[in-house]
Design a protein around this ligand. Sequence first.
Ligand SMILES: *Cc1c(COP(=O)(O)O)cnc(C)c1O
Length: 488
Amino acid sequence: MRSHLLNGLTAEHYRRSVTEGVERVAAKLATTDRPFTGVTVDALSPAIDAIDLDRPLGDTTAVLDELEDVYLRDAVYFHHPRYLAHLNCPVVIPAVLGEAVLSAVNSSLDTWDQSAGGTLIERRLIDWTAARIGLGPAADGVFTSGGTQSNLQALLLAREEAKPGRTGWEEGNSLGRLRVFASEVSHFSVKKSAKLLGLGPDAVVSIPVDHDKRMQTVALARELERCASDGLVPMAVVATAGTTDFGSIDPLPEIAGLCAQYGVWMHVDAAYGCGLLASLKYRDRIDGIERADSVTVDYHKSFFQPVSSSAVLVRDAATLRHATYHAEYLNPRRMVQERIPNQVDKSLQTTRRFDALKLWMTLRTMGADGVGQLFDEVCDLAREGWKLLAADPRYDVVVEPSLSTLVFRYVPAAVTDPAEIDRANLHARKALFASGDAVVAGTKVAGRHYLKFTLLNPETRTADIAAVLDLIAGHAEQYLGESLDRAS
Ligand SMILES: *Cc1c(COP(=O)(O)O)cnc(C)c1O
């Protein structure tokens, strides 16, 4: 059994095992002709249920053979040009190499004495990101498990910063007076965070969006005013730079102005839009982000990094103290005086992956421009897709893309019942998934069912988009035809 432990004696076994796994994946990548096989839960679960976890196969080749049947064959492949669904990117090779290295060395980034250079690499990347944002000399931050955690941490800091000095603040019974302002299409992690932070059920004030799905700053100003006149405490405004559904970017400069005027913490959720930090063409779309108090970035969305790779950045390093706890065995207070960098002092997590290595390998291999160019390509592709959709009488398309998302709906001229059109669109998405020919997402706009492309694959061509639109129309038409038969 010792032969399975990774150490100096098993280095050769490690090399062979990992190489064998890499070979399988490489073969898969080379031969995958659809993003998905269309396998159903009922078809796949018996194979997984039948495996006796108490009777190991013992041997890498046998395990990989089995894995082919239970996972690799039917996985959803994001590298395929017709995977157009969620905010998942194909990953860049230097980052995958980084992933292999970081899991083998298995550093833990909570303390210097569990990571050494890893800590310094993470700090350099935090500084690099903060500089790209323009947060100023006192900025800091930490890698997180994802945008959800980054938003939670940012709002924790905002909550703590909102408390002191407030007249009439009573610990314990004043949490219910805190208000967070976010657009109606902001990410649900804002509401989840509010709940986790013990805020009241009305804590998150939903601000309406304009035609382009951007926060209406007039409405925000009105709500901030109302908050003050009701004797409530504005805790944070969450501006979204790249909404999950539409890729729309809230008007950051105007929001920054209002935050300054009302003395409110400005958080920018750039989980998706952070790719523009590396863009060669569209960086100006997130101008104003430099005025944020905190920023969420998801490198695993628009920097082509494997899950997980994310960070939360703050303008003022001192605010991170709200996440600081000391333990004698781990990060005693004296280490701060000794200037030993323990990243756990800034993190909600304790044991923590060295995810930063993936971004490091990426920047050292391709450079930021290499990443930015890929993201620019998908933004350009979205523009081409928008033109296709806008010119296609079969489709209604919602907003011109600011990033790489298209939201649209099949609208046959002959059908007027919106509920029937809803069903046709839902059916088309399901049928397409079952065919495995392409994967698309869906959402609701004004109560109606729409379909969604999140374009993050620079290998996707305009011709792929056109082909998938034909497939969707085909499935929807078939549904409507059968529905007519059913009615008659
Ligand atoms: C994806 C997303 C999140 C959540 O990020 P995870 O990495 O999935 O936790 C938060 N905000 C926005 C705008 C997102 O698109």
